[in-house]
Design a protein around this ligand. Structure first.
Ligand code: SF4
Ligand code: SF4
Length: 465
């Protein structure tokens, strides 16, 4: 049995009081009861609360677990809770406050978030929320815990695979197996969609990637000498122009990435001349052309195709862009149809914000995913985008301590690792490699709706037609 992949998570407190989901409200009129309801809080929050003078807020809004015990037990009815309007303003339509709060929790604790008391949200929604995973094997991981005896592997392979081996008449192997890299999580660290990251954050990303065994894409111009000890996980990204200036980095790394353009395979050949063992990813914009481009690149010998959507998971199309899960499904099925899917590795990025998104994009046909914003959010980013206008950062990203930041990112991936194992275990799948394209373990709202109501009411109307 292979050695188990283990991520060492450690509680790592936030530097700033996070924006709490609720506001704790306390009216006048205290009876002064001998047995005050505040003393019954099992989390001892009234004793631990502080006034954060830097942010001018009471930490109770973040610490309270919203069990409502104190609210119910207060005889004077002076305690109550309301949703914090500042919380509702976090993020945007896609990166909703709950996603941000979940990532903050995971980066702080390294644990799977437990909502408790049942799920109270809607059963379907846009994006990944219109896809449900089949948990009918749920007894399996709970038998002796997700890290118990049954080993569930989250590893995937990066690189091109041979579909058959060829032998000479004397039985010697003619086929040259291409280089393959086994990574322990189906994840690559993708460059952040906005904001310049400083040296400390870069070093933290590199440290976290190195300790987790996760590759990190870095624009070749951004590479600096202090990153040399981490070359085994560094994936320099080149354009044809930057290749000429920075191609020497290729001698030291195992992976690299080129931005797609028409003659890109010529540059892949040039990279292989410098280092025949380097595995090359080609970064392709996810749009209507992506299926054709992916097929063509696979036929031409591409090893990894990295399809990237925008930061909200939408493809780059002006008129009715598809969501990443639908677009990746099409690319995957096209390659399956052409009988070449197993030859190439597909990485999908854009809009992957939760561990469940990771499992879902793999079910839709990607081998793994590129993640970016969750790593920034793990460092307390509030997605206010002030940095894009050169304004000050409310959480002073520029003053970040490398060790602290490294652990926050390790905690986040630790929580995702546990969640991925839990999801796969519940689906009866022991390997992330076998999760790829397993749509039999998922349901899609659009399909269910069509099968159930389509025959009665016809298709769903779009744009008023
Ligand atoms: S609502 Fe529950 S967790 Fe929050 S302060 Fe009251 S008793 Fe404590
Ligand atoms: S908190 Fe705002 S300013 Fe700071 S990094 Fe995040 S988006 Fe940029």
């Amino acid at each position: 049995m292979p050695e188990k992949y283990h991520i060492e998570v450690k509680p790592t407190s936030p530097r700033w009081t996070p924006v709490g989901k609720i506001s704790a409200i306390e009216k006048d009129g205290c009876f002064g009861c001998a047995r005050c309801a505040k003393k019954s809080c099992v989390y001892d929050i009234y004793r631990n609360r502080k006034f954060d003078s830097k942010q001018m807020c009471d930490t109770i809004d973040y610490l309270c677990k919203m069990c409502f015990r104190c609210v119910q037990e207060c005889k004077g009815r002076i305690l109550s809770r309301a949703v914090n309007p500042e919380f509702l303003q976090l993020g945007d339509q896609y990166w909703k406050p709950n996603i941000i709060a979940t990532i903050w929790y995971q980066a702080e604790t390294g644990k799977i978030p437990v909502s408790g008391a049942g799920y109270r949200g809607p059963f379907s929604g846009p994006g990944f929320d219109s896809m449900w995973t089949d948990m009918s094997e749920i007894v399996r991981p709970t038998r002796d815990g997700i890290h118990g005896r049954e080993y569930i592997s989250t590893s995937i392979d990066l690189g091109r695979k041979l579909v058959r081996l060829e032998f000479a008449k004397d039985n010697s192997l003619i086929s040259m197996p291409p280089p393959i890299l086994d990574i322990p999580m189906p994840i690559i660290f993708n460059p952040f969609p906005w904001g310049k990251i400083n040296k400390n954050v870069r070093l933290a990303l590199t440290n976290a990637g190195f300790s987790l065994g996760i590759p990190m894409i870095i624009e070749s111009e951004e590479y600096f000498d202090e990153l040399r000890p981490y070359d085994s996980i560094i994936m320099p990204q080149f354009t044809p122009k930057s290749f000429e200036t920075h191609k020497n980095i290729l001698k030291r790394v195992r992976l690299c990435e080129f931005i797609y353009e028409d003659s890109i395979m010529n540059y892949v050949s040039k990279a292989k001349e410098i280092n025949p063992q380097v595995i090359v990813s080609i970064r392709v914009k996810l749009n209507k052309e992506a299926e054709v481009v992916a097929q063509q690149l696979t036929q031409e010998g591409a090893e990894i195709i990295h399809l990237y959507a925008d930061y909200q998971g939408k493809e780059y199309e002006e008129a009715s862009p598809r969501f990443i899960k639908d677009a990746i499904r099409k690319v995957h099925l096209r390659l399956v149809e052409m009988q070449m899917r197993d030859e190439v590795t597909i990485i999908a990025s854009g809009g992957i914000g939760l561990a469940e998104h990771l499992a879902k994009i793999i079910i839709c046909g990607a081998d793994g995913a590129g993640i970016d914003l969750p790593l920034l959010i793990a460092l307390e980013c509030r997605l206010c985008k002030r940095c894009t206008n050169n304004l000050s950062c409310p959480v002073e990203m520029e003053n970040i301590d490398t060790k602290w930041a490294t652990q926050r990112m390790i905690n986040l991936i630790g929580a995702w690792h546990s969640q991925l194992i839990e999801v796969m275990g519940a689906m009866g799948i022991r390997e992330a490699r076998r999760l790829r394209g397993e749509v039999g373990r998922a349901m899609f709202f659009e399909d269910v709706e069509k099968e159930t109501f389509g025959q009665l009411f016809g298709g769903r109307q779009k744009d008023g037609k």
